[in-house]
Design a protein. Sequence first.
Length: 90
Amino acid sequence: MSLLSWIVVGLLAGGLARWIVKDDRSGCIYTMVVGVLGAIIGGWLMATIDKDGVDEFSLRSVGVAAIGAVLLLLVLQALAGRGQRTTRRH
């Protein structure tokens, strides 16, 4: 896949994942990075179950990338939630 295809898949998958997870951060760069990292994660997961990963621009590639991006956002939210919990002593 070309760099432009990765960017487009990243934007589509990142936007879809942010909508599903209800992530309130904004910005095209953030959305694209989430989508591209999601494509890497989703492609790796698909490769582990003997399926094709993200190798061409298609609806399936966007779906696989979106699944990976959703997983990434959920992990990031869980990590951020753990850091925000503080024990109050009265």
